[in-house]
Design a binder for this molecule. Structure first.
Ligand code: FES
Length: 183
């Protein structure tokens, strides 16, 4: 049965992705503590910066780490994505300092401007877990619980570049420049 599962995980991955995972495992070592490094290496090498279920299954098989542990590591850390990411990633801080300085309005406006789904539903949902991608995969909007830069609130990260004291106008300008391919 285990071999059958292994074969399914192996066959559903492209040769190139399998090779990449093999290299990540070889690079990070095979001990349990290496799992995060393996996941990080595999994700960053993926064109859409995410970990597929097939990749997680294959990593579990090849490292001997139970699949449930691989999956829970991939879902626990905000760093990992289980869905393909947009070409541009905009991350809005939803921590208290940023919230009191208007990050909710920034997020609402951003979602409206980019035409992505209804994130409003639950104010108490896991704020650091939201991730919405536009249908054309040009943008992913994420939220984070705190960037640890509260004095700069509200904080938005655009393609790993931190913007401080953001207002709707500056954020719109950033998005426009990305839309027009200037970044
Ligand atoms: S609350 Fe936004 S950086 Fe801390």
């Amino acid at each position: 049965m285990a071999n059958a599962t292994h074969d399914v995980a192996r066959e559903s991955l492209e040769d190139q992705e399998r090779l990449l995972i093999d290299q990540a495992i070889a690079k990070n070592g095979n001990q349990p503590g290496a799992l995060l490094g393996i996941l990080e290496t595999v994700q960053s090498a993926n064109a859409h910066k995410f970990l597929s279920m097939e990749a997680l299954r294959y990593i579990a098989e090849e490292t001997g780490v139970p699949p449930a542990r691989v999956y829970s590591a991939a879902t626990f850390f905000a760093l990992f994505n289980l869905e393909p990411q947009g070409d541009n990633v905009i991350c809005v801080c939803r921590g208290t300092a940023c919230h009191t300085r208007g990050s909710r309005d920034l997020l609402d406006k951003l979602c409206l401007d980019l035409g992505v789904g209804d994130h409003e539903a639950d104010e108490n949902s896991e704020a650091d877990k939201m991730a919405l991608t536009t249908p054309d995969r040009r943008f992913t909007i994420r939220t984070v619980a705190c960037f640890g830069q509260c004095a700069l609130a509200p904080v938005v990260e655009v393609n790993h570049h931190i913007l401080s004291h953001v207002n709707e106008r500056t954020l719109q300008r950033e998005v426009k420049s990305l839309t027009q391919g200037r970044k």
